[in-house]
Ligand binder design. Structure first.
Ligand SMILES: [Fe+2]
Ligand SMILES: [Fe+2]
Length: 138
């Protein structure tokens, strides 16, 4: 298994933790995927990550979370790399896809422990349940 779910990943915001569990499950599945299904696996993983990051960014916008830009920029950078590598995998560079998958594990551990943890702390401290935030801009 590439990355094991540990107690430390639970940040106490239910919706965020559920999304992160899906992220870990999908990343592990990707690590086990045969070469022939790496590209399609990457596509669904990228779709899930777009939702995952978009959800956090929406919460940050709706709550005027101070370090919004820093956090969103890191999301953007990771998604850019994922899409770039996806293009390489499509042209046959499976090896680069494997490196991406492997490197996403330590990236996630670090991102969850820092940026996501700060956001979770902010939401809890202010008594905000993200499920009650408006889905659309007013
Ligand atoms: Fe996250
Ligand atoms: Fe994040």
């Amino acid at each position: 298994m590439l990355i094991e779910w540990t107690e430390a990943f639970n940040l106490g915001v239910e919706r965020m933790d559920a999304t992160h569990r899906e992220f870990v499950v999908q990343l592990n599945a990707l690590a086990e995927a045969p070469d022939a299904s790496l590209l399609s696996g990457l596509d669904s993983f990228i779709d899930h990550t777009v939702e995952h990051f978009g959800q956090e960014e929406r919460w940050m916008q709706r709550t005027s979370f101070p370090p919004l830009h820093c956090h969103a920029e890191e999301h953007e950078g990771v998604l850019r790399i994922m899409r770039e590598v996806r293009g390489f995998v499509q042209s046959g560079r499976i090896d680069l896809g494997r490196i991406l998958v492997r490197e996403l594990a330590p990236w996630f551990s670090n991102h969850a422990a820092t940026m996501d943890a700060m956001l979770a702390h902010f939401l809890k401290e202010n008594g905000i349940d993200p499920d009650t935030l408006p889905q659309q801009d007013a």
